[in-house]
Structures are given as C-alpha cells and as structure tokens.
Design a protein around this ligand. Structure first.
Ligand code: NAD
Length: 318
C-alpha cells in the first residue's frame, strides 16, 4: 500500500451496488457518506448498509470492532455536495444510463476537491462516455465490482485514455486496502471483460432452458459444478492447459480444438434479443425453480460464496 487511506469515501447511489460499496468501506473502518436522489432508497440503505457490513463480520470476512467503528462514521446526506465535500474517493453507483452518469459525474467534478479520485461502478459503459462532460479526466476511471461488491473480491479497473497512471495506482491501492483483487484492463471494450464472459455464457444457458434441454435447477448446477467450479480454481486457459496430459495446451489444441470448432460452427445460440414471451417463459421457469424468499436465497448464496473464498484463500497460503 503506497497511497494513504481515504479520509472519507462518498458513495453516490444507494441501490444494490452502492449499498455494497458502502458496507465494504464501512467494514474496513472507513468513513462513508452516501447520497441517493430517491429518499425511499436512502431510507432503505440506512438499515441495509449496516446489515450488510455486519453480515460480513458474521461470515468472518470483517472484524466486528472495525465494522462498528466504520458504521459510527457512516452518514447519509441530503445533497450531493454534502456527500462529496472532503471525500478523497467518490464512487458513482447510479443506474446504468449513460446520460445520467454524464450529468452526475459533471456535477461531482464541480463539487469535488482537486485531488479527489472519481470512479464509476458501470458494468460495461465506455469510460469515455461516462465521463463525457468531465473536464479533468486524469482522476476518473471505472472500478467495476461484481455483485455483491462487499463479498466478491474481483474488481475490473478500466481507465480512460487520459486517466493518469497515478490515479489508476491510487484506485488499485484503495481496492487492495479493501481486500479486493483489482485487474486493470489494457483497453476499454463494451462490457469490459467480466460481463462479456457472463453475457456469452448466459445466452447459451437461457437458450438451453428455453429449448427444453434442461431444467433451470439442473442448468444452474451444470454451470456451478461444471465450468464454474473449475474456473474458481483455474481460469479457462489454465484449465485447458491441464486437460490433455503432459502436452499441455499444444496437445489440447491438437486433440480437442476440433470439438469446440464443431460447436462454434453454428451450433451455439447467436440471437440478440430475448423477446417478451421468452422473457415471460424464463421468469416463470426461474420463479418456479426458486420459490424461497429472495432475501433467504441471497443469504444462502452469500454463505456458499464466503466458504468458497475462504477455501481459495487457504489453498493459496498452504
Ligand atoms: N446490480 C448488479 O449486479 C451490478 C453489478 C456490477 C455493477 N453494476 C453497476 O452498478 C451501477 C449501480 O447498479 P445498481 O444495480 O445498484 O442500480 P440501482 O438501480 O439498484 O440503484 C441506483 C440508485 O441510484 C439512484 N440515483 C439515480 N440517479 C441518481 C443521481 N443523479 N444522484 C443520486 N442517486 C441517483 C437511484 O435512486 C437508485 O437508488 C450501475 O452502473 C450498474 O451497471 C451493477
């Protein structure tokens, strides 16, 4: 860690992602000021952020005393100005709308201090668009978290061409201090990396369910316990490097590339839109498969996630 810790973080937007960022920063003992334009969402975040920060402690992913210290300095503000003033780091976490993000980042720039780092949580918009109205792009970049941000450590860091190397390093330092695992993209592409992978895989998953090949539950098992569990231990390239004996990837390509090419040659889903009747069919199938309350499903998922993370951390240190 080369960068001093932020004296205050401002989170703008208190939806799922903003609340996750706030819970994560508070759980590290960092003062957080949060602003949301919608008073109802603000009200919900007032209980949601402490709940999620304390859940991290219950899952052994944060220290209870530090969480409580951070929560004492968690505030919600009535204006953007109140949240942003004195913040060393402003995290934009409003909905994925390029115009709204442009307007907001322009307003943030007007009230932020000259050294404040400004990051967007966007899941795939090009940084040049998000920060299209900002004058000083050197301290602006995307830090795309995964959901839930307080649990999944990976964060994609996507600089704009004019972002300074110092700002990228500062974002990386902050994220590491939060126990995150930042990966810096060499260039911005729509959807960045994670959501491009997710979109490609999800289309095929939806297609298999809607074509009646498999049930929702079994498809989810196939993905989680098939490529998902392997990819958690080794990404796709390392997986295939290890999948054809001593010959590594050379042998794999010789023996098995053909079977992938056979599928790539028009056997996989390529549609671009999920029509309303398909959306209805998918929703019906998913809701029929998972009947428990979303909060309970999420809690169970988070327990499994933290167990996987713990196991991976232990495997790395032994
Ligand atoms: N939900 C996910 O799984 C996920 C994962 C990673 C990244 N993201 C990205 O994170 C961002 C936030 O996503 P989300 O799912 O939390 O969105 P959301 O719609 O749940 O929450 C957005 C919040 O921003 C508030 N808001 C809108 N305009 C505002 C403004 N000008 N000032 C202050 N508050 C404002 C809204 O009232 C709302 O509460 C998006 O860019 C999204 O693409 C989402």
């Amino acid at each position: 860690m080369t960068e001093p810790l932020p004296r205050k973080v401002a989170v703008i937007g208190a939806g799922d992602i903003g609340a996750g960022w706030a819970a994560l920063c508070a759980s590290a003992g960092w003062p957080v000021a949060m602003f949301d334009a919608n008073s109802r969402t603000s009200e919900r975040a007032f209980t949601e952020v402490p709940r999620r920060a304390r859940a991290l402690a219950a899952l052994d992913r944060a220290t209870p005393g530090i969480v409580e210290r951070g929560l004492l300095e968690f505030t919600q503000t009535r204006s953007l100005l109140q949240a942003v003033q004195d913040a060393d780091w402003v995290i934009e976490a409003i909905h994925e709308d390029v115009l709204a993000k442009q307007k907001l980042t322009e307003s943030i720039e007007q009230v932020a201090g000259p050294d404040t780092l400004i990051t967007s949580s966007s899941g795939g918009l090009m940084p040049i668009e998000i920060f299209g109205r900002v004058r000083r792009l050197d301290r602006c970049l995307v830090t795309h978290p995964l959901n839930p941000p307080e649990l999944i450590p990976l964060v994609e860091v996507v600089p704009e061409g004019r972002t300074s190397p110092a700002a990228v390093q500062r974002a990386v330092d902050y994220l590491r201090a939060l126990g995150r695992y930042p990966i810096v993209l060499k260039k911005a592409v729509p959807g960045y990396v994670v959501n491009r992978i997710a979109a490609a895989v999800w289309r095929e998953c939806i297609d298999l369910v809607l074509r009646g090949v498999i049930s929702v539950e079994d498809l989810d098992r196939a993905a989680s316990l098939g490529p998902g569990i392997g990819w958690a231990a080794a990404g796709p390239h390392l997986t295939y490097h290890l999948a054809a004996g001593e010959g590594g990837v050379t042998a794999f390509l010789q023996h098995l590339l053909g079977s992938f090419e056979h599928l790539w040659e028009g056997k996989l889903a390529t549609w671009h839109r999920l029509e309303p009747d398909q959306q209805r069919a998918l929703t019906h199938a998913i809701e029929k498969a998972y009947t428990k309350d979303v909060g309970m499903l999420r809690e169970a998922r988070d327990r499994r996630l933290s167990a996987i993370l713990r196991a991976l951390e232990q495997a790395r240190t032994t």
